[in-house]
Unconditional design. Structure first.
Length: 256
């Protein structure tokens, strides 16, 4: 059976409270043996770390402040992020970034938080996991500004153009492909065939953005093979090749 890694899943949220053991078991039955969990804000840390303790061979935590949680006074939350990074090992700083979909009024604060957390990633020699909804240009500009060769990471939930993908890859970053890749009108059928598999990771963003045929329902890491299968179809390669390459990429980036 192919060996997969879900590089982005919020399975510590209440959506999974009633059946998390079954979700983990289903992941393993599908060959999804590792799940990487990005943090959201100070309130999500406890549940995330509890899940990591419960399933230490499957679940791996990140530490960061999600852009939608960046508000005036965000410095206090970032102080907590830094204190956790100094206290124990995490696999990445994330998820961080810029989100201009819901609210454009905190762009400056989000940019400042991104810079601070990217510098923390450099300090602790960790990759960054980037959220950039409706903000690709603003976010890649910051990466290009900050990247002195020591910054690495992934653009999570990539749904951009071939040209945008090439811009990401030029920075040595990876592209996180998820459920949108399977959507009929998602546009990724025009992009994935041209992507360099050396820079592709698999993710679900559970519980959001479930792939076809589960679109609109709760997403979960066990659906990773559906995403991988669509990538294999679009690239004209085998499912096993997608699994091997994306797992190797994830292990290389996150040092697992």
């Amino acid at each position: 059976m192919p060996d997969f890694i879900d590089t982005h899943a919020h399975i510590y949220l209440d959506d999974f409270k009633e059946d998390i053991a079954q979700v983990i078991a289903q992941c393993r039955s599908e060959g999804v043996n590792k799940i990487f969990m990005p943090n959201i804000d100070p309130d999500s840390v406890e549940d995330m770390l509890a899940l990591e303790r419960a399933f230490p061979e499957s679940c791996f935590a990140m530490m960061g402040l999600h852009p939608c949680s960046v508000k005036p006074g965000f410095e206090k939350a970032l102080a907590l992020v830094e204190s956790w990074l100094a206290r124990r090992k995490f696999i990445a700083v994330g998820e961080i970034g810029i989100d201009l979909y819901w609210d454009k009024s905190f762009l400056k604060e989000q940019q400042a938080a991104f810079i601070i957390q990217s510098n923390l990633a450099k300090k602790y020699r960790l990759p960054i996991v980037i959220h950039c909804r409706e903000s690709f240009d603003e976010t890649i500009a910051l990466v290009e500004q900050l990247n002195d060769g020591s910054l690495k990471g992934v653009f999570h939930c990539f749904t951009g153009t071939v040209e945008e993908a090439e811009r990401v890859i030029r920075q040595g970053f990876y592209l996180g492909l998820g459920g949108v890749t399977t959507f009929k009108n998602g546009g990724m059928d025009k992009v994935v065939p041209y992507l360099d598999m050396d820079h592709v990771l698999l993710e679900t963003d559970s519980p959001y953005l479930a792939p076809v045929p589960y679109r609109g329902k709760r997403n979960q890491p066990g659906y990773i093979p559906l995403i991988a299968g669509r990538i294999a179809e679009l690239k004209g390669i085998t499912l096993a090749e997608v699994a091997e390459k994306t797992t190797s990429n994830a292990e290389n980036l996150f040092k697992i």
